[in-house]
Design a binder for this molecule. Structure first.
Ligand SMILES: Cc1cc2nc3c(=O)[nH]c(=O)nc-3n(C[C@H](O)[C@H](O)[C@H](O)COP(=O)(O)OP(=O)(O)OC[C@H]3O[C@@H](n4cnc5c(N)ncnc54)[C@H](O)[C@@H]3O)c2cc1C
Length: 445
């Protein structure tokens, strides 16, 4: 295989079988058991991706696309070995078109890189999953994040794709127009397909004007449930909210330790609005907010969102060596407070260590457990709790994953949520990847 790969990628530094490189591509931040690829290859062009995938298809070698490796359900773990296709060296912003509010990028461009390029044009890319992920990985997981409540997630932002199919054919979906009704929505199908249907080699995405006036508010509450009720009231009142995030007392304590902040250790809502902050304050107080502060200073705003983005790393720092298991359910607004109350009581009763954070403006929340993956008993208890949280969310009309995706950690939950669709999913997978070489063992139960 190495000889074949070097024929396609004639550069020893871009075909690696070094142990540490294989390890980096055989695991993620989650508790899922690692599995090494046989080789890691770093293509620099669509043509190289095409030739690598065509060779792998011919030889029935698995290919697992790899972006920043920040996904959380074992997505990038090469369960059956093969090639980890690391796209981070395809990292050029190919065009920024201020007049069209679009950009075209290679898949290894990171979110912060695109933001730095778009910023001087007064534009930004609002999908912000908290980790500095690649645009290819974000499209492949249909990522969303803190600003999705206002702008939507990846599917709302990807206009066009270049994709290498399993047999090496290169196809282009979508156009540079912001809408289309032409045929089946294959752009929308590749978005969220987690590397199982094709390798994304180019993306055209929407950009947004940077908003002028933004206020960030911080409100503390006596309980997670009262914070949730406030979030639902703020959303229901139609205030122009650009972010609405909840952090529980455990997470606030972890952040204080990790970032040297000194927030009182109680549940918080962090809310960003370009609307009426006074209305936000009144609604928060009505639901029992015990403190409410707002800031317009950009540096203070950045500090606050920086704290939010560090929530998972701060929690992991509480238990060095621990790995994370995160639930990711989303429910209708009207069910959010009850669903979180249920999850919190399960967590309290379990004796496990964990915090709760939520993109509550989207009805999406995470219980994050800190686990020693070699401690089978704790992992089993956390899995049981995860299953109970998912079962409850489905009964409330919600979904097992609001944003992280299925990977291989949530396969059983997908079957529980959409069992009747699984034959259709299988048919789609077989149509695009008849030999099953693309990220095998993921998404399709
Ligand atoms: C601290 C932290 C916070 C997070 N918060 C959020 C959040 O708020 N919202 C959210 O949505 N996610 C969140 N995540 C999860 C993660 O950041 C997202 O899933 C992200 O979109 C993954 O991007 P990546 O570049 O790291 O992709 P990777 O992890 O490298 O890959 C993810 C999947 O996409 C496939 N893939 C990668 N590149 C390509 C490509 N070019 N073509 C085809 N398939 C490809 C891979 O095979 C894999 O299945 C968080 C993760 C961390 C660590």
């Amino acid at each position: 295989m190495r000889a074949e790969l070097l024929r396609i990628v004639p550069d020893e530094s871009r075909v690696s079988e070094v142990g540490s490189v294989l390890e980096q591509h055989g695991a993620d931040l989650s508790y899922h058991a690692p599995h090494l690829p046989d080789a890691v290859v770093y293509p620099v062009s669509t043509d190289e991706v095409r030739a690598i995938v065509a060779y792998a298809n011919e030889s029935r070698v698995p290919v697992v696309p790899f972006g920043a490796g920040t996904s959380l359900e074992g997505h990038v773990i090469p369960l059956r070995g093969g090639i980890s296709l690391d796209l981070t060296r395809m990292n050029r912003v190919l065009a920024v078109r201020p007049a069209d509010l679009t950009a075209t990028v290679q898949p290894g461009v990171t979110r912060s890189q695109l933001e730095a390029t778009a910023g001087p044009h007064g534009l930004w890319f609002p999908v912000d999953p908290g980790a500095d992920a690649t645009l290819g990985g974000m499209a492949a997981t249909n990522a969303s994040g803190t600003t999705t409540v206002r702008y939507g997630g990846m599917r709302a932002h990807v206009l066009a794709l270049e994709v290498v199919l399993a047999d090496g054919t290169v196809v282009r979906t979508g156009t540079r127009a912001v809408k289309t009704s032409a045929g089946y929505d294959l752009t929308g199908l590749f978005v969220g397909s987690e590397g199982t249907l094709g390798v994304i080699t180019e993306l055209t995405v929407r950009l947004r004007p940077i908003p002028d006036e933004v206020v960030v508010a911080r409100a503390s509450f006596p309980s997670v449930e009262s914070a949730c009720r406030a979030a639902a009231a703020i959303m229901g009142a139609g205030v122009l909210v650009t972010r609405c995030e909840l952090l529980d007392a455990v997470t606030i304590g972890a952040l204080n330790a990790y970032r040297g902040t000194s927030f009182p250790e109680s549940p918080y809502l962090f809310i960003e609005t370009s609307g009426d902050v006074e209305a936000v304050r009144e609604l928060a107080v009505d639901e029992g907010a015990t403190a409410f502060e707002s800031e317009t200073d950009p540096a203070a705003r950045t500090r606050m969102w920086d704290a939010r983005h560090n929530a998972l790393h701060a929690s992991l720092a509480l238990a060095p060596g621990a790995k994370a298991m995160t639930t990711d359910v989303a429910v209708p607004f009207s069910e959010l407070a009850a669903a979180m109350e249920h999850a919190r009581s399960l967590l309290d009763a379990s004796g496990l260590r964990g915090g709760i954070v939520g993109h509550v403006g989207d009805g999406n929340f995470h219980v994050a457990f800190l686990l020693d993956p070699s401690d089978g008993e704790s992992v089993a208890r956390a899995e049981a709790l995860n299953a109970a949280v998912v079962e409850d969310a489905l009964a409330r009309g919600g979904t097992c994953t609001g944003e992280h995706g299925i990977g291989h950690g949530k396969l059983a939950y997908l079957a529980g949520e959409h069992g009747d669709l699984v034959p259709l999913y299988r048919g789609i997978k077989e149509l695009f990847d008849p030999k099953g070489i693309l990220n095998p063992g993921k998404v399709v139960p």
